[in-house]
Write a protein that binds this ligand. Sequence first.
Ligand SMILES: Cc1cc2nc3c(=O)[nH]c(=O)nc-3n(C[C@H](O)[C@H](O)[C@H](O)COP(=O)(O)OP(=O)(O)OC[C@H]3O[C@@H](n4cnc5c(N)ncnc54)[C@H](O)[C@@H]3O)c2cc1C
Ligand code: SF4
Ligand code: SF4
Length: 313
Amino acid sequence: TLASLESFEEMPVMRTEQGREEFEQALEEGIRFRPQRSVARFEGNGRVRRVKMIGVKRTYDENGRFAPVFDESVTDEVEADLVILAIGQKPEFPFLRPEDGIELTPAGTVKIDRETLATTAPGVFAGGDAAFGPRNLIDAIANGKRAAQSIDDYLNEAPGEPAFWFRFEKIPTRRFDRRPDYDRVPRRPPPATDLERRTGISEVEHAYPAEEAKDQADRCLACHIQTIYDAEKCVLCNRCVDICPEHCLKLVPLDEIDLPAEQLEAAKAAAAEAGGELSAMLKDDEVCIRCGLCAIRCPTDAMTMEVLYYEQK
Ligand SMILES: Cc1cc2nc3c(=O)[nH]c(=O)nc-3n(C[C@H](O)[C@H](O)[C@H](O)COP(=O)(O)OP(=O)(O)OC[C@H]3O[C@@H](n4cnc5c(N)ncnc54)[C@H](O)[C@@H]3O)c2cc1C
Ligand code: SF4
Ligand code: SF4
């Protein structure tokens, strides 16, 4: 049985397609959910036997902040011989002594320079969840790399060469190609062990067969590829805006842009000098699917697709 403060709609797992898949799998495995419940007390005699719960009217306030409101008129209970609490995580540092000089933040994480990951004690570096609070694996791994570079700098008493750099490369428009339905390929869950064969904590999801893996990889929106706009070449024909299937481009008069007064005046002066009116190209990168249609349609090569390379030592 899984009890949660949140209603089904509020559960974080429901926010993503993958999460909803996992929720369905949990139902299939026989997990019973008790949403909108808060633990009131554990009962037992030397060993837990029962969890008593009360109702929860709501978990978040109107601003989306965690602010549960309980409802004691609703009571509920579950027989249990094992209770696993999943109520957030916080690092523990009982081994730190004041003379170590490693300060903590009010949130209880290690105080660090977010750029170098140096703690307040010279020569000691920290990263991952202990320094940033609960996050994810990829950030923790990136912190490991960053800290290694900082340690190298520290030991050599000088900043070394940058460990990574970026490079842009224009993709010739005629070569920019995606399979036609790449944005409609449905997500397929990976193959899983049959329900009756699942035991213990062994993995239940397996790798896709090669063909399906390739098919699923085609769903990638290639976020390392960007539309790059060259205002000097743009003739304001609006073709890119018209063709964009996601409506993420917009050409607007400069007056509609909320710019600091100084910048607006400078732009207007430049426009007057050039004898024309200034427009701005707006793009909502969050919804761009990197289809390349804007670049293909552009008559002057003002819109191009460019790939961002991340390179490191
Ligand atoms: C249930 C759960 C599911 C998650 N799922 C995902 C996921 O699907 N994808 C994802 O990206 N992230 C996920 N995360 C988050 C991810 O696991 C963490 O962000 C990541 O592991 C943090 O790495 P870290 O190296 O900072 O800390 P940890 O991985 O926690 O490593 C800290 C290590 O320090 C050791 N340690 C602690 N105290 C001491 C001590 N005094 N002396 C010596 N060693 C000590 C611990 O044993 C541990 O091995 C999940 C986290 C949880 C709890
Ligand atoms: S790449 Fe496609 S989705 Fe993105 S701005 Fe251009 S036309 Fe729109
Ligand atoms: S299609 Fe090219 S020239 Fe026309 S508005 Fe878009 S970027 Fe400018």
